[in-house]
Design a protein around this ligand. Structure first.
Ligand code: PMP
Length: 450
């Protein structure tokens, strides 16, 4: 399966050697690497990306989520150009960042007060610190299998084996990769998503030390795990009762599952929310916010005797609220708020993901396609998918083969890692979905059915 793609990508193969000289794996982020080598993209336009061998790919990977308006939306581009002409970075605040944050507060139900960051990782790291400061407690809880960024507190019980995680009713906390101090793992508690009983038992056990629960409303870090009916309402009540700050990590779902994000769609309001990706349509926009009394933890109490800078939860950063990112974010949110974006991407999402299930069934392959709105995943199994451990039934080799077949035919369904979900975007058309489904069906037929 890889050979088909290799035949089309000789320049990328050469370039991969050069890239590997200067950067590990020849890529800028580990998840961009796949065997035998990735293809390097030179240009993007609307629904398409173009590699250095001039191959065209119909894109459903969409930069892992940010590209909600299609690549290079003309109005976002114009807003960026205008801002570049007007100002670059300063160490004094700029109105454009404040206007962006006003728009976030206006659109997201839980956010009364907000700060900008440069990545989802930074957003979750700061949100957790603020929650610890607010509660005076140290531990955090997260669902096993959940990815909440690349900092040490978030890289716990992500992608671990059954042996390492232990029993599902009370999973062990396992660092993802090396280089993470045990002392940090000791402050993180894992629980199984969608399992009310186990979640409640674990949170009650640690409640006195527990500052925050950080959770994705839909666990896209495991592909697409939808919450069972009532799970989020239950978690909302329980965290209220136990004085635990409920943080919804909407880095993936924020401004993608609707103008109010997943919280609007589900009608549950967390205490804090993180966002990134779709908020900037491809520019480095991220942030965290929530209840005003919690966000006030960032404000130094001026009368304290200690240095005013270390008497509150610190949030800072040279690039925070970068005017170009803020201009891109403001224009993106205006478009998302005012146009028929969600109607379009959700309708095409239903067509794409329901269609993938149908063509896989026609091809005689055991496949379970899960989706919500414009986001979804193909699992190579007929097993139900409700928990992280359910996803282990999926045949990841089959998925990689299917992905490579489709990529060789010019369609990118996510990336070849089973964990990565994919998306529809505003520039996708019905004709493009029809074409993608034809390519997908051929690819399903080409995959070894064993
Ligand atoms: N949280 C979630 C739910 C994510 O999906 C991601 C990124 N995939 C992050 C946090 C981290 O965001 P970033 O890659 O921008 O650091």
């Amino acid at each position: 399966h890889a050979r088909l793609l290799e035949e089309k990508t000789s320049k990328s193969r050469e370039f991969h050697r050069r890239a590997s000289n200067v950067t590990p794996l020849g890529v800028e982020s580990n998840v961009r690497s796949f065997d035998p080598y990735p293809f390097y993209i030179e240009e993007t336009d609307g629904s398409y990306v173009y590699d250095m061998d001039d191959n065209e790919y119909l894109d459903f990977l969409l930069a892992l989520g940010p590209i909600i308006l299609g690549h290079g939306h003309p109005e976002v581009k114009e807003a960026v150009k205008r801002q570049v002409e007007k100002s670059d970075l300063t160490a004094t605040p700029q109105p454009v960042a404040i206007e962006f944050m006003e728009k976030v507060c206006e659109m997201v139900p839980s956010i009364e007060s907000v700060r900008m960051a440069n990545s989802g990782t930074e957003a979750t790291m700061h949100a957790l610190r603020v929650a610890r400061s607010y509660t005076g407690k140290e531990k955090i809880a997260k669902p096993e299998g959940g990815y909440a960024g690349a900092h040490d507190y978030a890289l716990q019980s992500v992608y671990a084996s059954e042996e390492a995680l232990g029993p599902e009713e009370e999973p062990n906390t396992v660092s993802y990769g090396t280089g993470i101090p045990d002392a940090i793992s000791e402050t993180v508690v894992a629980f199984p998503f969608n399992d009310k009983e186990a979640t409640e038992r674990i949170l009650r056990k640690h409640a006195d030390d527990m500052a925050a629960v950080i959770i994705e409303p839909v666990m896209f870090s495991c592909g697409c795990l939808k919450p069972r009916d009532g799970y989020h309402e239950f978690l909302r009540e329980l965290t209220d009762e136990l004085d635990i700050v409920l943080i919804w990590d909407e880095v993936m779902t924020g401004f993608r599952l609707g103008p109010q994000s997943a919280q609007g769609r589900f009608g549950v309001t967390p205490d804090m929310t993180t966002f990134a990706k779709a908020a900037g349509a491809g520019y480095q926009v991220a942030g965290f916010g929530g209840r005003r009394d919690i966000m006030e933890e960032i404000v130094p109490p001026k009368k304290k005797e200690a240095s005013k800078w270390n008497s509150s939860a610190f949030h800072g950063g040279t690039y925070n609220g970068h005017p170009v990112a803020a201009a891109a974010g403001l224009k993106t949110l205006e478009i998302l708020d005012e146009r028929d974006v969600y109607e379009h991407i959700d309708r095409l999402g239903d067509r794409l993901f329901n269609g993938l299930q149908e063509v896989a069934d026609d091809a005689g392959l055991a496949v379970n396609v899960e989706h919500i709105g414009s986001m979804g995943q193909v699992y190579m199994t007929d097993h139900d998918i409700h928990s992280y451990r359910d996803t282990w039934h999926a045949n990841t080799d089959q998925f990689a083969d299917w992905w490579l077949e489709a990529a060789a035919d010019g369609v990118l369904f996510g990336n070849p890692l089973q964990g990565e979900r994919f998306f529809t975007t505003y520039t996708h058309t019905d004709e493009q979905i029809d074409h993608a489904l034809e390519v997908a069906e051929d690819a399903f037929r080409a995959v070894d059915h064993q």
